[in-house]
Design a protein around this ligand. Structure first.
Ligand code: DAV
Length: 372
């Protein structure tokens, strides 16, 4: 029997969804994003299924991860992939392909007893929730206290995107890109609320939501108004391509957050953590020199970890410096080979959505500071 219950990122994990690589696409271009991977066979404008042997390798690592979790008594649920090669449409637009159902973190988040479906902001991902509906319908049957919510379905007309954004943006120097990140002047307009669930980091009563390439200010405002019992903070970092908060600002246990140091945090955010007796630790150097191939993610998947409880963390097996750092911080580390999953949408945190963690709502930030 399922009971939706997850207030933070560290309480003991009892039930989790783990995505599947099956049928994942390099998606067709759309106003929000285009792919351009000529060396891997997908130059700009082309799209198609990721190669079968990569898909098989990713599924093997995903299944191995599932075995590790189940071996520790955690219940694991899996999505039902759709035919992601199909074109999709609403009355207002059509799109030549879908994407996949590996990074469930982007689509679904449990906040307490609520399971919330995010708006998403790519047309190729508009219907992705359908891969999770068989699970969600089952949860709803099981759990009389479940709050099942879906954020307003976005229209995603051309009015939601800045035309010509990418060509203009990619020509800017890093500092100017970061200045635009800081003021929320990226590809999304403010025509409607848009967010991916993976831009939300849960710290009990405090939710930190990153404004990013897939989350706009209206989206953060919607989250704030939707969770009146929480403090919902909009945050940005010195990252020119912000895409989900979970390789940037990573909660580990009460009082400890891991920070990707090359993505600077603003002084107010750092002070808010400090006055509330939280330690902000700069992550170890990633073992990777470059971003994973065929992937929108960066090399910082080294900190895209899944915390099983305040003493235990799953880390990508090749990230030895990061593993050493976790050991020094007092964690038992479970190394999980996962690099082959990266092209399918991310790391161990991206691939999961926690459904039940033992524990309740607590306030870890009793003191106010600045805008927080
Ligand atoms: O910063 O590399 C990784 C997470 C994507 N879901 C990054 C983002």
């Amino acid at each position: 029997m399922t009971k939706i219950n997850a207030w933070n990122e560290w309480d003991p994990l009892k039930q989790v969804i783990v995505g599947r690589a099956d049928g994942t696409m390099v998606q067709a271009p759309e106003p929000a994003i285009f792919r351009d991977w000529p060396d891997e066979g997908y130059p700009r404008g082309t799209y198609g299924l990721l190669p079968e042997e990569l898909t098989a390798a990713a599924n093997e690592q995903l299944d191995n991860f599932v075995g590790i979790l189940e071996g520790r008594g955690i219940r694991v649920d899996r999505p039902t992939p759709l035919d992601f090669t199909q074109a999709v449409a609403t009355p207002e637009w059509s799109q030549d392909s879908m994407f996949g159902s590996m990074p469930v973190r982007d689509v679904l988040i449990a906040v307490g007893t609520e399971l919330l479906e995010a708006t998403m902001s790519y047309r190729s991902r508009w219907f992705e929730y359908l891969a999770y509906r068989p699970l969600i319908e089952g949860y709803f049957r099981d759990d009389p206290a479940m709050r099942w919510e879906a954020a307003p379905k976005p229209r995603l007309t051309d009015a939601s995107f800045k035309a010509g954004f990418w060509d203009e943006y990619e020509a800017l120097p890093f500092e100017e890109q970061v200045a635009r990140v800081r003021r929320g002047d990226l590809v999304l307009t403010e025509a409607e609320p848009l967010f991916d669930a993976a831009d939300i980091a849960r710290f009990g009563r405090d939710l930190f939501v990153q404004q990013s390439l897939v989350t706009n200010q209206a989206g953060i405002r919607w989250i704030r108004q939707h969770f009146p019992e929480h403090r919902v903070h909009a945050v940005t970092f010195g990252n020119s391509h912000p895409l989900h908060i979970d390789a940037t600002w990573v909660p580990l246990r009460p009082g400890l957050v891991l920070h990707c140091g090359e993505r600077t945090a603003d002084e107010d955010l750092l002070q808010y953590f400090k006055v509330n007796d939280w330690e902000v630790v700069e992550a170890a150097q990633t073992s990777k020199d470059v971003a994973p191939p065929l992937s929108p993610c960066s090399r910082w998947l080294s900190i895209n970890v899944l915390v099983l409880d305040p003493r235990t963390v799953c880390v990508e097996a090749s990230e030895t410096a990061q593993i050493d750092q976790f050991v020094k911080l007092g964690f038992e580390v479970i190394p999980v080979p996962f690099w082959d999953v990266a092209p399918f949408g991310g790391g161990l945190h991206c691939a999961t959505t926690d459904i039940h963690r033992e524990g309740d709502l607590q306030d870890y930030f009793p003191k106010r500071h600045g805008r927080f």
